[in-house]
Design a protein around this ligand. Sequence first.
Ligand SMILES: [Zn+2]
Length: 236
Amino acid sequence: MRGMTKTMTAGLCLLFGTIGATPPDAAGPAFATAGTDALASDVQPPFRVALQAGHWRADEAPRELSGLRRNGTSWQGMHEWEVNLEIARRAAALLEESGYDVDVLPAVVPRAYQADLFIAIHADGSADARASGYRVASSRRDRTGRAPEVAEVLGAAYGEVTGLRRLTTTTRRMRNYYAFNYRRYRHSIHPATVGVIIETGFLTSSRDRAVIVDDPDRAALGIARAVQAYSATQVP
Ligand SMILES: [Zn+2]
């Protein structure tokens, strides 16, 4: 148990280091020498994570998902998919540097997609500019038994890194997200894949845009840290 904690801490250090921020508890030289070897053990055997950039390339949706072609929020000409993709790519880069296998997926998921973890990345929008905060939900059709736990880990890590407010109300649309619905759609995750979704903040909120638009590295780090914390709990 102690070993796992140490490994996770070293991993977080590396992720923080990657984007040049200072981890809050990385004061001593002993921490700096933890090195990447400790982190590598986090991801043995290989851990595959999918980061789906919500609405990205939605115009390619097949007939079964034709409803996807026109949705997603926007703000002053900025489309949600652009924000989601930026965060997904940055989180992918952080994780790849740490030895993870990462797929950045578009709106249309490969048929019966399999990975250790699937995270759909979105942003909210509201006519009320005061609406602010992020939310996380797990698949209603989860058959792995792990999705609620991942949602908790992700909710905690994202809030800790971004400082945004967590909204505890999740919508039915999140829990019934189309990519989780393997019964109805061929282009969805396999039942053995853990699926969660995060609304990273409101594109229509200046407070949230300060993170998801102006500082996507921060949003990405919150997601990457959650992947790392969860994968470290997986017993080979
Ligand atoms: Zn969306």
